[in-house]
Design a protein around this ligand. Structure first.
Ligand code: NAD
Ligand code: UD1
Length: 338
């Protein structure tokens, strides 16, 4: 079976490409490298021993996208392509709405033209907004997103749901990721943010490798186990395996199904700092800073639906996440720009 990964050169897409290749799928990647490097393709080949079809295109460009479907019989699509920075989305909201929504509309229209009826979409726990009680369950109310990025995810969930209702035999799986971290165990692929990272794990990695002087811990006065923010970190390889399970499900069903992909466990900032120190063998310098605007004290997934229906659960520990993140960062201190 041939699977198209839009945004497949990115952090989660590249790890998913490895897992799909291992599961026997043929993978085609469509990416414009707006937030990734073409070098990922060489690395994927080194890990899997396989060549991946590559189209360097803007997924919103229907003419270019049609060529992909013309030249390949695509059985299903995993739609990763989109912009993902929360603070950037606040600064340039239209660019986020334009890119994230246009790519989805073009993709659905072209899939329709070529009779492709299976999609898996990269959504986010951010759709639960700022009011839902945790642990988050799939049937909880969504909305109250704190930023435009979050709204794009919720609007796209809506668009796909409406399309699935109108199109007989269409199957969509919406995956709400929690906090993906870590890297492939080979250390050949990993997260490579272009600028100073916003997210915790890539920031700690840059401090660990000496590229940044210290970590700002945003708040130590939350009502949590040690006062710092608590999140549900999930190893990117576990997340990638969740996509293989979701594809299998999508092929056998029709309609829309939503799954949380998280480990179901809350880890604090300081717990993560300590685990990372152990992995890299030295202390991670940090300073306590004020709370970051828009942050919640704590949230994590109820991931039982994915376990029961997809037969999937996260297997890796926080120590594994830190070990693999450090392995990637220390072998590639400049990311893909060696
Ligand atoms: P990423 O930025 O590493 O990957 C996204 C890929 O899409 C990049 O390779 C980028 O070049 C490509 N892309 C963007 N716009 C495109 C366009 N118009 N045409 C073609 N390619 C385009 O991000 P990621 O962390 O791998 O995330 C993948 C998906 O998962 C995104 O949709 C993101 O919003 C979602 N998600 C990510 C996280 C996370 O923490 N990483 C959490 C929840 C959801
Ligand atoms: C953020 C996004 C979310 C997105 C997710 C991707 C916001 C409000 N939410 O979630 O939409 O899906 O990233 O993984 O931005 N922290 C520090 N110092 C740092 C960075 C982070 O202390 O330099 C703390 C944060 O306060 C938080 C925790 O670490 O408690 C995790 O932060 P982060 O990795 O940015 O993820 P989220 O805020 O959960």
């Amino acid at each position: 079976m041939k699977i198209l990964l839009t945004g497949g050169a990115g952090y989660i897409g590249s790890h998913t490409a490895v897992e799909l290749a291992a599961a026997g799928y043929e993978v085609v990647i469509a990416d414009n490298f707006s937030n990734s490097s073409p070098k990922v393709l060489e690395r994927l080949e080194m890990i899997t021993g396989k060549r991946f079809g590559l189209y360097e295109i803007d997924v919103a460009d229907k003419t270019a996208l049609k060529k992909v479907f013309e030249e390949n019989k695509i059985d299903a699509v995993i739609h990763f392509a989109g912009y993902k920075s929360v603070p950037e989305s606040v600064k340039v909201p239209l660019s986020y709405y334009r890119n994230n929504i246009d790519t989805t509309l073009s993709l659905l229209e072209v899939m329709g033209e070529y009779g492709c009826n299976n999609i898996v979409f990269s959504s986010s726990a951010t759709v639960y907004g700022t009011k839902a009680p945790y642990p988050y369950k799939e049937d909880m109310e969504t909305g109250n997103c704190s930023n435009p990025y979050g709204w794009t995810k919720l609007f796209i969930e809506r668009i796909i749901t409406d399309y699935a209702a109108a199109k007989e035999g269409f199957s969509a799986v919406l995956l709400r990721y929690f906090n993906p971290v870590g890297a492939h165990e080979s250390g050949l692929i990993g997260e490579d943010p272009r600028d100073i990272p916003n997210n915790l794990m890539p920031y700690i990695s840059r401090v660990a490798v000496g590229k940044l002087p210290y970590l700002n811990v945003y708040g130590n006065d939350y009502p949590t186990k040690d006062g710092t923010g608590v999140r549900d970190y999930i190893h990117v390889t576990d997340l990638a395996k969740g996509h293989a399970a979701a594809l299998d499900f999508a092929e056998k069903h029709s309609g829309v199904e939503i799954f949380n992909l998280g480990a179901g466990k809350g880890i604090s900032v300081l717990e993560m700092v300590n685990a990372y120190s152990k992995a890299c063998g030295h202390d991670i310098p940090y300073k306590i800073a004020p709370r970051r605007d828009g942050d919640l004290a704590e949230f994590y997934a109820d991931a039982s639906k994915a376990n029961v229906i997809l037969g999937w659960k996260a297997e890796h520990s926080v120590d594994d996440m830190c070990r693999d993140s450090w392995n990637w960062q220390s072998k590639n201190p400049k990311g893909y720009n060696e």
